[in-house]
Design a protein around this ligand. Structure first.
Ligand code: ATP
Ligand code: MG
Length: 173
């Protein structure tokens, strides 16, 4: 519960910071490969025994706000864990192709219905399904992810994973 409260407080503070300033991000050139590896490693030990693997191209740099980046990736990973059954797998891929960076998080969880896909990025929106109601949350995580991507003029897409689950892909120019 303490960890959950900590991430709840982080999200609330973040979301209000984003509202308060039109450009909330500081710009620093950071090695997002290292940061992503670190976040993957941190969540590898999780109560659901979900196996998280990372396929991270080394030394990809992005000029971004480090805390916003961490919050965005952490929210995607936390969702992947939260909305998946025990002992499934999550895979994280980070790569630099052409002039874009792509980061994807694929889970084998409950999936997201087509008609929910636009709304889940709204502030405080949570899907009204049984699986979502069983888990605690505020509906701020994906709002933060979306704001991060928008700030970079990037895009975020959701696809079905095979045989089940979702794949979130961020594309940052
Ligand atoms: P918070 O992140 O603020 O703790 P939350 O997880 O409910 O709360 P979001 O991260 O914004 O909020 O996600 C919004 C909703 O989208 C979730 O309530 C859940 O229904 C759905 N969702 C998000 N990620 C996934 C996923 N990987 N698989 C299935 N459903 C998801
Ligand atoms: Mg969340």
């Amino acid at each position: 519960d303490i960890a959950r409260l900590e991430s709840l407080i982080d999200n609330i503070l973040f979301a209000s910071k984003m509202e308060a300033t039109s450009s909330f991000m500081s710009k620093e050139l950071i090695n997002i490969s290292e940061v992503t590896e670190m976040l993957v490693k941190k969540l590898q030990v999780n109560p659901k025994q979900i196996n998280i693997s990372g396929q991270v191209e080394p030394n990809v740099y992005l000029e971004t706000d480090p805390t916003t980046f961490i919050s965005a990736i952490n929210n995607l990973l936390e969702n992947a864990i939260k909305y998946s059954p025990e002992k499934t797998a999550i895979s994280v891929v980070l790569q630099h192709t052409g002039n874009a960076i792509s980061i994807s998080v694929a889970d084998q969880g409950y999936g997201i219905a087509e008609e929910e896909r636009e709304r889940i990025f709204d502030k405080f929106y949570r899907v009204g399904s049984e699986n979502t109601r069983k888990s605690k949350g505020t509906g701020l995580g994906l709002y933060i992810v979306k704001r991060f991507v928008d700030e970079h003029q990037g895009s975020i897409t959701i696809q079905h994973n095979q045989p089940q689950g979702s794949v979130f892909t961020l594309l940052i120019p």
